[in-house]
Design a protein around this ligand. Structure first.
Ligand code: G
Ligand code: G
Ligand code: NA
Ligand code: MN
Length: 250
């Protein structure tokens, strides 16, 4: 309960920001996309991870507000990188409740405009359950967002109702194979191969997430994943640390 009071206060006083975890292209080894992950700089407790506050936000009607803070911070940082001449996209996690809000796409449009951030610099990570969503607000939002040039990926793919037909109907650009499947390689090879084959047929890019070992890194490359992400390559880091990494790459 105390944490909830702090959460409300922290959102008002700018204690939240995005950290970033790189996604690497398997062909070139270069960073193509960075995933924004919310961080809370608590005045007394220090750095707090999303595991401690995302569910609390969702339960208390605060997730849309937090989502806007992270989107705005990410768009601002993406613009900074673009001005440095760095060619990367920033990917932001969305909660289903954000897409259920009728005015979400307008808010996003305003944020991108205010931050001078082209839609093509941003990707949104949606949950697999959204593939089954029937709410008209969600579909209207997604259509508008797509018209801004923002790409969309499905996060944690393979854990819920994996529906390949809906992937193409909803013009999804990319899927991220859930780390529970990736960490079980080579045991989960059959299902991972099937997911990759279906995605290639539909022209959907494939990210392997949660890559933690050299062995798994080699395996997902061999299987044909387009991008890799995980502790083996890089942990989430501050925008300043990411900038040093990106500038060393160029
Ligand atoms: O960083 P960590 O492993 O603690 O993240 C835990 C979960 O929190 C992940 O599922 C991640 O997608 C989610 N998450 C992180 N940042 C955000 C955010 O800005 N918005 C939403 N909705 N979820 C986030
Ligand atoms: O649900 P989502 O995929 O958004 O979760 C992202 C979270 O996964 C991030 O908070 C990040 O810290 C965590 N993560 C990233 N790479 C790895 C990894 O290789 N192993 C594990 N266990 N977690 C990871
Ligand atoms: Na994610
Ligand atoms: Mn995921």
């Amino acid at each position: 309960l105390e944490l909830l009071t702090d959460l409300r206060e922290g959102m008002k006083s700018g204690q939240f920001e995005a950290y970033f975890q790189p996604r690497y292209c398997t062909k070139t080894g270069r960073i193509k996309v960075v995933e924004a992950l919310a961080r809370w700089h608590h005045p007394k407790r220090g750095l707090i991870l999303p595991g401690e506050f995302i569910a609390l936000c969702e339960k208390n009607g605060l997730i849309n507000q937090l989502g806007s803070i992270i989107l705005e911070d990410t768009a601002r940082k993406a613009t900074h990188w673009r001005r440095l001449g760095l060619d990367i996209k920033a990917s932001v996690n969305l909660s289903p409740s954000q897409l259920n809000a009728p005015d979400f796409s307008n808010q996003l449009h305003q944020i991108l405009k205010d931050q001078d951030c082209p839609g093509s610099s941003v990707e949104l990570e949606l949950t697999e359950t959204l593939l089954m969503e029937t709410n008209i607000n969600v579909h209207e939002n997604l259509a508008k967002i797509r018209s801004f040039g923002v790409q969309m990926s499905i996060d944690d793919f393979g854990t819920g109702y994996s529906n390949f037909a809906r992937l193409s109907e909803m013009s999804i650009d990319c899927i991220k194979i859930d780390r529970s499947l990736i960490s079980r390689l080579p045991g989960s090879e059959a299902i991972v191969e099937l997911v990759i084959a279906m995605c290639k047929l539909m022209n959907v890019r494939i990210v392997a997430e949660g890559v933690e070992t050299a062995k798994i890194a080699a395996k997902v490359k061999e299987l044909g994943c387009d991008e890799v992400q995980g502790f083996y390559y890089s942990k989430p880091m501050s925008a300043a640390d990411l900038e040093s990494v990106l500038l060393l790459e160029t």
